[in-house]
Design a protein around this ligand. Structure first.
Ligand code: PLP
Length: 378
């Protein structure tokens, strides 16, 4: 069945078509001027010193781990309640993901459980700002400092979210973003690393482009003959200029998108505030959500369980998604040991639901979702 309330990707408007056309007409396929323009916009917006565009957030996480020399024999602490790419990136680098349980009120890694997971092999913590809600970074930074660990943030969903009044990514040693269509803004496919470390930035630029010492754009600008060298074994993790053109146009809409998402999230929370069968998402005082997703929990007092609720809504033309996945439960992770209890992770994985929410969602459509959900949960 094709649901009539799907979760659509952001639309293409005239400005996006114009800029994409400009990128194509310029003759630059990859690493042309649009990539730099998009990087500058995101850096300025977040307050980060450097931004390096890549082909996806998965690539962003992987290339950052490689640049920081995290590999075989090393362990990285990561939540299991995340999209599988967080842990996959650790495995691509050859390191071992060590799963730590979440705080059941924020769905983010619980800082109080991190220290118990640290071993002599631990090199880094990868906090995931899940569905855009900021982790409690002060607590995580204090643990990292005490144990001399790196922090690589998975901010795939987190553009525009605030931590203690500041935009995420602006103060981070390494922060990975995604521009996949399910995120707040999109380039079709795409990712970026934000960093305040100039040495890391240089290494990331090399690694995304086969380890090549000069970019195509710089060679072109140089005019004369420039011969490149290959300093590292790199990857092809470039973002194309056409993708970056979409990103430039999407950045101009970001404030509007965030405002619409907040309005719609507030409408859901207000409508569900007295429903015993549903626990609405909460913003802790240190965070301001970007509402990349709206994910309530179906409580034990609900008349309808989570899976039945999803089926019932789908039968009425409303597409939902189960909440965030639990990576350790997937067959691909059979061989990765679970060293620490993941009770809250499994509960959230079983009980949460993601409801439709997108900037252009008409309020009448949202009202229909609200009505159907309330009728089902009681
Ligand atoms: C979407 C997502 C990713 C992967 O992003 P891609 O750009 O598709 O590679 C990684 N981590 C989290 C938490 C995500 O939500």
């Amino acid at each position: 069945m094709k649901p009539d309330i799907p979760i659509p990707i952001p639309f293409m408007d005239d400005e996006e078509k114009r800029l994409a056309g400009e990128a194509i007409a310029s003759g630059w396929v990859a690493q042309g001027p649009m990539v730099g323009r998009f990087e500058e916009l995101v850096a300025a917006y977040t307050g980060a010193k450097h931004a390096v565009a890549v082909s996806s957030c998965t690539a962003a996480l992987h290339v950052t781990l490689v640049a920081l020399r995290i590999g075989p024999g090393d362990e990285v602490i990561v939540p299991s309640l995340s999209f599988i790419a967080s842990a996959n990136a650790v495995r691509h680098a050859g390191a071992l993901p060590v799963f730590v349980d979440i705080d059941p009120t924020t769905y983010n890694i619980d800082p109080a459980r991190i220290e118990a997971a640290i071993t002599g092999a631990t090199r880094a913590i990868m906090p995931v700002h899940q569905i855009g809600l900021s982790c409690e970074m002060d607590a995580i930074r204090a643990i990292a400092k005490k144990h001399n660990l790196l922090i690589i943030e998975d901010g795939a969903c987190a553009i525009g979210s605030l931590y203690r009044g500041k935009r995420l990514g602006g103060e981070s040693p390494a922060f990975a973003m995604s521009f996949h269509p399910r995120k707040v803004i999109t380039t079709g496919e795409g990712g970026m690393v934000l960093t305040n470390d100039a040495a890391l930035e240089r290494k990331l630029r090399l690694l995304r482009h086969h380890g090549m010492s000069v970019s195509d754009l710089d060679r072109h600008k140089a005019g004369g003959l420039v011969t490149e060298s290959y300093e590292l074994v790199g990857y092809n993790y470039r973002m194309s200029d056409v993708q970056a053109a979409l990103g430039v146009a999407q950045m101009a809409k970001l404030d509007y998108i965030l405002e619409r998402r907040r309005t719609l999230a507030d409408r859901y929370s207000q409508a569900f505030s007295h429903a015993k069968g549903l626990a609405i998402p909460r913003e802790p005082d240190y965070a301001r959500h970007n509402w990349q997703s709206y994910m309530p929990r179906v409580t034990r007092e609900s008349k309808t369980g989570r899976d039945d609720l999803m089926a019932r809504l789908l039968a009425r033309g409303i597409a939902t998604r189960r909440g965030i996945m639990a990576i350790h439960r997937e067959p691909a992770y059979r061989d990765v040991p679970v060293r620490h209890p993941l009770t809250e992770t499994e509960r959230a994985n079983d009980e949460c639901i993601i409801l439709p929410l997108y900037p252009s969602m008409p309020e009448a459509q949202q009202d229909r979702v609200i009505e159907e959900v309330l009728a089902a949960v009681g």
